[in-house]
Write a protein that binds this ligand. Sequence first.
Ligand SMILES: [Zn+2]
Length: 252
Amino acid sequence: MDSTDNCQSVPVQPPDGRDCTGKSVQQAVPTTPAAVDPPALVLLVHASDTVPDACEELCGGETAHLSVTFADEEPSCPTEEEISGRFGQLTIGNVLADDSAPDFTQSVVTETVPDPTDLTAIGIAVSRFCKHWGDTDEGLTVCFDSLDALLRHTPPADVFQFTHVLANRFASVDAHAHVHFDPTHHEDRVVSAFSVLFDAVVAADCDEPLPEATDEDVASMLAEWTDTALIDSEQDAISEATDEEIERLLGD
Ligand SMILES: [Zn+2]
């Protein structure tokens, strides 16, 4: 009798494209800007000391463009002559800027939210750009820089809810938006949990593979963050968000 029949040692290989550590059903697989079908909400993952080409690739050409920037000083804006569409600069930080109301009849519009922890004010300011520019033929593109800046000032559960409200606001006007995120100082499961809010994840200039948390990890984190039931129960209301509703949803 041939005893080797009972003791095969053929290694069992998982089929291509799968791993043995757990399936990633909720988490977006990283893609490239060219593969993103606009309008979409894109999480742009990269180290914060660089501005990846993907940022510009996701911004499009003759559009209304909103740039949201956390800064210590007011970023420079293009002049009316330099742009073909419209350009909005929303600066978050104490930059001593002129605090008059933005004039949306101009092609270059600036606004400032001095307090980076004031998610309600940030949400309303972004929503106002959506309201004025979201329904134009040009289409609205948004660069939000960045999620890690938000997380420096505010607990992740609040930032998650804020991002969710914003995602629905962008979707309501078919904005093509991307949000920068440097994952360096965050747990894998935080990065993974945020990625579920986005249509696509683009990893730019990244040698390291994106962190992958297990579904259980992500699910428990999301359960913790969505505990207040705001997100599930009011999803429909959020997608029709007006400034007042944003204030109500994000306000205390
Ligand atoms: Zn960008």
